[in-house]
Design a protein around this ligand. Structure first.
Ligand code: NAG
Ligand code: NAG
Ligand code: NAG
Length: 636
């Protein structure tokens, strides 16, 4: 019975994110394809949601809707319902309160002389105010750049620099980080501090107190609204793509809408659900998939400042949550917790997220009695997203093989060592057969404004993500950078992240960026950074091979500098110190060898170190330490 209810759909086919962007006839064909391949009542439900959203989308484009204008309708439906709950303080913001505060933000922004198209950077820990800020700015067409609050120094300066922001709002909790970059930011960016900070520190940072300014901003709705439409820019999210420092990915109003609508319908979320959102709000999962359900569909969203494995289920009980969001790591941390009664006393029926490993999937559902897992795969900036709607264990989506031509996403053959696309004799890409790992690519149609690739704020970054002559001569496609495998039925399984990033603790770590930082800390010596697999752990642990020609490498000093320069997830877990790092030949091939040798001390004469999180220092890897890491006795 269960296996017949196979309503796992591709976002590229029936998936709502896309559906509105393909012609109606296509959608019908796609739906038919899914119907043939799947069936079941879920199909009808999704179809209805699809039709509704399709019509809504056309209506929004025509009427130049924006996220703020859609939010206004949500507020009107139930002004007094709880919109956002801040777990750290227990504060609840009703829809009308959130609306009023974002109005104050809009008035304040106008008073700064900011206008539609201006950019303001937001740098603070997750909290409802962050939502009020970007929403309020959007009310007057000002675009927020959502900066990762883990960033420090160079990467922080870089992100703020490339954002082109005219102003910055930082949380008082990040005053130290601001202090470090204060000089390099220059004076052209006006600074505001949200939260309590002493007048002396405000003065030394040249910052204005935001709370006071918002408190004294004019009340009431705005007399004029912004001149933007559904396909105009809403905000920027930074992603570490395949190369270099983080890139600002553009999120337009319609993309925000499509991602949230997709989650809502694909996973059958209900208006009376309460979502537990412990993912950072500077990423799309937390801010769009999670918070979007509040702004667009009127759900209550509980915002957690920082994920805590020991508080997780108690929080869910306390706030009556019915939906939780996850990344794979969260599920594993929860499973490694001691059994407590709260873990089955909650009312959570659905967990939405990505990166859940097959080995953890069933254990998670059984132990915590969560009925449904909504695993999806997708990038902020690309629409080649897919979702698992029927709970097929381990799959992150489904793409019908019955009508493959209908769907603009495909797996194509790639040389896994060099990550070069394999071309046939006509110069086109070669589609993968079932079981054959391939790079996920999505077709791009720039003509149709709804099906554009919105790209990154930087033109160069956009170019690197696009390839030509993929399915046909002269076409172009978006490179997801991820390797997936599809089975006979069309279920897709995540396999690996390719290129120059690896995933660790839910973040993309850019090897080029870390190499640059480490190398400059070490007087520009050669450094190769790569990810190595550790059994039983998601993602790849960072490893840095460092050339130490002088023989004076000192782990203690190195670690102190690394802690100042890199966010926790980007700090190398393993070091490999050798007299030289071979940079001849292509760096990639060199890295493949290093990666294969990993951190096993028996593989080389180089000294290998491990960053012991408990002891807070690098320790030499002996055979004994090696086996306790591999056997999971030593936590990373
Ligand atoms: C949770 O639900 C119970 C029973 O419906 C209710 O009494 C309680 O106030 C709710 N808690 C919150 C935080 O809304
Ligand atoms: C990581 O990179 C992938 C592929 O480019 C992208 O889809 C994803 O959104 C990125 N995630 C983060 C947290 O930056
Ligand atoms: C797979 C997929 O959805 N591809 C689409 C990605 O976005 C561009 C433009 O937004 C579309 O043209 C593609 O069809």
């Amino acid at each position: 019975m269960h296996s017949t209810a196979r309503a796992s759909l591709s976002l590229g086919s029936l998936g709502l994110l896309r559906l509105f962007s393909v012609p109606w006839s296509w959608s019908l064909a796609a739906s038919l394809g899914v119907y043939l391949g799947t069936g079941g009542w879920r199909y009808l439900y999704v179809c209805r949601g699809l039709a509704t959203t399709f019509l809504a989308l056309r209506w929004h484009v025509r009427n130049r809707s924006t996220i703020p204008s859609i939010f206004a309708q949500t507020v009107a439906m139930h002004p007094d319902k709880a919109a956002l709950v801040y777990e750290a303080t227990g504060e609840t913001w009703s829809f009308s309160q959130l609306d009023r505060l974002s109005d104050a933000v809009a008035h304040w922004a106008l008073a700064q002389g900011w206008a539609s198209g201006d950019i303001v950077a937001l740098f603070m820990e997750s909290r409802p105010l962050l939502v009020a800020l970007w929403l309020g700015l959007a009310k007057v067409g000002v675009e927020a750049a959502l900066i990762n609050f883990n960033l420090r120094r160079d990467s922080l300066t870089h992100c703020m620099g490339v954002s082109g922001a005219r102003g910055i709002v930082f949380g008082a909790e990040l005053a130290d980080a601001m202090e470090e970059v204060s000089e390099s930011l220059g004076q052209s960016m006006v600074r505001f501090c949200a939260g309590e900070l002493s007048p002396e520190r405000l003065a030394s940072l040249a910052a204005h107190p935001l709370d006071q300014l918002l408190g004294s901003a004019p009340q009431g709705p705005l007399s004029r609204t912004c001149n933007k439409g559904f396909n105009d820019r809403l905000f920027y999210i930074y992603t570490s793509g395949t190369t270099g420092l983080p890139k600002a990915a553009i999120v337009v109003h319609s993309r925000y809408y499509r991602i949230a609508a997709f989650g809502y319908y694909a996973f059958r979320i209900r208006p009376d659900d309460i979502i537990y959102d412990c993912l950072p709000l500077y990423h799309s999962a937390g801010n769009i998939m999670g918070v979007g359900q509040c702004l667009l569909y009127g759900l209550t969203v509980v915002v957690k400042k920082k994920f805590s494995a020991s508080r997780f289920w108690e929080d869910c009980i306390k706030y009556n949550c019915t939906v939780v969001q996850y990344i794979g790591e969260i599920c594993r941390y929860l499973l490694s917790q001691p059994v407590r009664p709260s873990e089955t006393q909650h009312q959570v029926r659905l967990a939405v997220g990505n990166g859940l490993r097959p080995s953890v999937w069933e254990a998670f559902m059984q132990r915590f009695r969560v009925a449904q897992i909504g695993e999806f795969y997708g990038a902020t900036e690309c629409n080649c997203s897919i979702a698992n709607m029927d709970g097929k264990v381990g799959a992150c989506g489904f793409n019908s093989r019955i009508l493959p031509g209908v769907y603009p996403i495909q797996l194509v053959q790639v040389d896994e060592e060099s990550m070069e696309l394999v071309r046939d004799r006509h110069g086109l890409c070669v589609p993968c057969r079932p079981g054959e790992p391939g790079l996920l690519v999505g077709r791009i149609n720039q003509q149709d404004p709804l099906r554009r690739f919105d790209g990154y704020a930087s033109k160069d970054a956009t170019k690197k993500k696009i390839v030509h002559d993929v399915f046909r001569k002269g076409d172009s496609a978006y490179l997801s950078g991820d390797v997936l495998v599809m089975d006979e039925l069309g279920y897709m399984f995540f396999r690996d992240r390719s290129g120059d990033t690896f995933r660790w603790r839910g973040e993309n770590v850019s090897t080029t960026e870390v190499e640059g930082t480490l190398s400059s800390l070490l007087g520009q010596t050669d450094v190769a950074v790569y990810g190595v697999s550790v059994p039983g752990v998601e993602g790849k642990a960072g490893m840095a091979a460092i050339a130490d020609r002088t023989g004076h490498f000192d782990c203690g000093t190195f670690l102190r500098e690394v802690q100042r320069a890199l966010p926790p997830y980007a700090r190398p877990v393993f070091l490999r110190i050798s007299t030289h790092v071979d940079t001849t030949g292509t760096f990639k091939i060199q890295k493949t060898r290093l990666q294969r040798e990993g951190f096993d001390p028996r593989h080389s004469t180089d000294q290998i170190y491990f960053l012991n999180p408990r002891a807070g220092r690098y320790e030499g890897v002996t055979e004994e330490l090696y086996s306790s890491i591999v056997e999971g006795r030593m936590s990373l």
